[in-house]
Design a protein around this ligand. Sequence first.
Ligand code: GN1
Ligand code: MG
Length: 371
Amino acid sequence: MIENRAVTRSVEALMKRYGIKGEIILCQRNDTGHINDTHYVVVYTPEGTKREFMFQRVNTAVFTEPLKIMFNISKISNHLVEKYGAGSKETTEIMSYLINDAGENYTILDDGSFWRVNEFVVGVSYDQIDDPSVLHDTGYMFGHFQNMLSDLNAEELQYTIPDFHNTAKRFEAFDRKVKENPADRAAGIEKDIQFFYDYKEIADRLVRLQQQGRLPLRVTHNDTKYNNMLVNALTKEPICVIDLDTVMPGLAAHDFGDAIRCAANKSVEDEVDLSKVGLDKTYFEAFTKGFVTEAKQFLTEDEVESLALGALTITYELASRFLADYIDGDNYFKITRRFHNLDRARCQIQLAKDMMNNYDYMCATIKRYYQ
Ligand code: GN1
Ligand code: MG
């Protein structure tokens, strides 16, 4: 089934640039992310074999400087090759992209669209995990991601979205949206809005620690949701970290925190029944064990102490981003229902509250695995 003519034409043009020969026998949209458009493409080659690829069109409205993204990705791919050797297992644990006829890991088509292509990696991605041993392995893999890149100077990377996890600035942006109220949606959600003012201190703490020089900049992923990892469909064993658009200098606490926000929530990210939302301690502990056991090889004591704060901060931050986007009229995150961003925001607010109630528990658990 060929999905639509425009996409197929782009894929054909790209195949020329990458020297991929053959006939497209499947071109199917595959979208779990909220930002880019991804197409799974199967090509029947003249030799009679089947080759599978992912063609991804980068959303340049969100990523206004995609060259920076591809620069960062090529930096980390090269780092892995230099450190572990071409073809090593480590080089396959972080997604890399095919090189085109101009020697670049991206292609801009005549219509201005920005693409990248990778050989399909057999694996699946899920939004949620419900098996603690899988959570443990996921924690290990995200810790491993940082560990593999811990000797790459973060300052060499570009900022693909400036201030992405600067929660203080996120708060300011939220505050501006509330005041502008562009889509006339702020009435009736005063209680939700008030949460961010009541707990503004959360927005400032990590930023302050960073400014004080207590937390070093690391090469971080910055979007460590479970679905940004490809896993074996049967065993759920992690295969490869994907979605590298926000790889840039950041804090270890951001990656740990975002992963906990996603993986240790009892519910999905947009759950409407708030009684189902909260920190699952079994999941939290399993992920933490995997992450900290691996990451303690390079984390400083201050960084370890910042991890629980990272979980709370990122949850607060994303809640504010979802609510700001709802107030703005849903211009950033893709939505599939009318109040989707509001539901997402409420779910994240609820999770942040539960993290506050379990803050001492989170700190103690992290510490236990750092010994
Ligand atoms: C976006 O594209 P996706 O779904 O992996 C967002 C993240 C949010 C996430 C929430 C560049 O990630 O920051 O945490 O949605 N990415 C960007 O689901 O804004
Ligand atoms: Mg994604």
